[in-house]
Design a protein around this ligand. Structure first.
Ligand SMILES: Nc1ncnc2c1ncn2[C@@H]1O[C@H](COP(=O)(O)OP(=O)(O)O)[C@@H](O)[C@H]1O
Ligand SMILES: [Mg+2]
Length: 347
């Protein structure tokens, strides 16, 4: 992985930081937030894809850099434009391991993206945070209930399967390597956090503070509509491809636990790899006993924040202004630049 000192050197040479990201995922929100805070935005784009932004002029980046492939980004051009990359789900996916050595400042800590890449490492992080998780079956012979089988690198949609017994596991999974988790029933909730090491305003966590900006629920195909199929007598396998997000407001009595979950994840990140400045999300399922189970961490902005381009029901209580995650990111970059502390929020 590229040395932190190298990234610090680059960012210290910046006169006026700009925000850059790949034109996908949550880019509308990121560019819109940058514009609201007076920061120049740069869209890294495949030719032809820029036309979408004509429909949304307030969320159109100030400049485009056109590329032939998202896995081959022009680092020196980005640095010449004083770009700080805001990594989102598509960015992380397209860049893969190339991100580790990419010589451009990235908002947050690129170690956290490396930890999120491996499901085993991610679970070490979740365990270190002391969170409740679905039971993980290390030995598939012990499967005694419905389990979800997650293959390495697979994204929920394609590739995950649900089985009910070791026999079914043998038949459908065979010798393939996978993580086997208890299939939890309950209500899924995906809280959006922002951790800042730069201030104490907010929920105390580590040396800084934590904000809960919003919560969404993913609508996954076909899992979330499968009742219709079952009722009609069809027996189709369940799929988990995210197609949309919908807003959620949690029971207020759950908020203390959700704030604690965010704090624990941020503090475990501190101990394991030096912290997680910026946005992250924890993926949870709440049982009917009101127990919260964590099954994933996303160490970056998640697409569920797109619901709250004009602020979430929680953000109005944090800042007084409706705040999107995109705008919160831009505020943080402005604040850090002013205090000459950009090195504390990028790697
Ligand atoms: N242990 C579990 N029990 C029930 N459903 C789960 C469990 N783990 C994941 N899911 C469902 O599968 C989806 C995708 O799983 P996830 O681990 O988030 O993979 P990824 O985000 O990498 O695609 C989740 O959003 C959730 O709906
Ligand atoms: Mg997920």
């Amino acid at each position: 992985m590229i040395d932190k000192s190298k990234i610090d050197e680059i960012v210290s040479s910046y006169k006026k930081p700009a925000i850059a990201t790949i034109c996908s995922h949550s880019s509308l929100q990121i560019f819109h937030g940058a514009r609201q805070e007076g920061i120049k935005s740069i869209g890294i784009c495949l030719k032809g894809k820029e036309r979408m932004y004509d429909a949304f002029p307030l969320a159109k980046p100030d400049e485009f850099i056109f590329v032939n492939s998202y896995s081959d980004l022009p680092a020196s051009e980005l640095v010449a434009r004083n770009a700080i990359i805001v990594p989102h789900g598509s960015f992380v996916e397209y860049m893969g391991e190339k991100l580790d050595d990419f010589p451009v400042p990235v908002l947050g800590n690129r170690h956290s993206l490396m930890w999120e890449r491996s499901r085993e490492k991610m679970f070490d992080w979740i365990y270190k945070a002391g969170l409740r998780t679905p039971k993980v079956f290390l030995d598939p012979r012990q499967i005694d209930r419905p389990v979800i089988v997650k293959f390495p690198g697979a994204k929920g949609g394609a590739g995950y399967i649900v089985v009910n017994s070791y026999e079914e596991y043998r038949e459908k999974v065979g010798e393939r390597k996978a993580m086997v988790q208890e299939f939890m029933t309950g209500v899924r909730a995906y809280p959006h956090y922002f951790y800042t090491p730069l201030g104490k305003k907010g929920y105390p966590a580590s040396n800084g503070s934590l904000e809960l900006l919003g919560v969404d629920r993913r609508i996954e195909s076909n899992a979330d509509e499968i009742g219709r199929a079952l009722h009609s007598g069809a027996h189709v396998p369940m799929g988990f491809t995210v197609v949309a997000n919908e807003p959620m407001v949690l029971r207020e009595s759950l908020l203390p636990e959700y704030l604690d979950i965010g704090k624990r994840v941020a503090e475990a990140a501190d101990k394991l790899f030096g912290g997680i400045p910026g946005p992250f999300c924890v993926e949870t399922i709440i049982s009917d006993k009101m127990e919260v189970f964590t099954f994933e961490i996303s160490a970056r902005i998640v697409a569920g924040t797109n619901i709250f381009g004009n602020g979430s029901p929680y953000s109005v209580y944090t800042d007084g202004n409706p705040l999107s995650m995109g705008r919160r990111i831009a505020m943080e970059i402005n604040r850090a630049a002013k205090a000459k502390k950009l090195d504390e929020i990028v790697y």
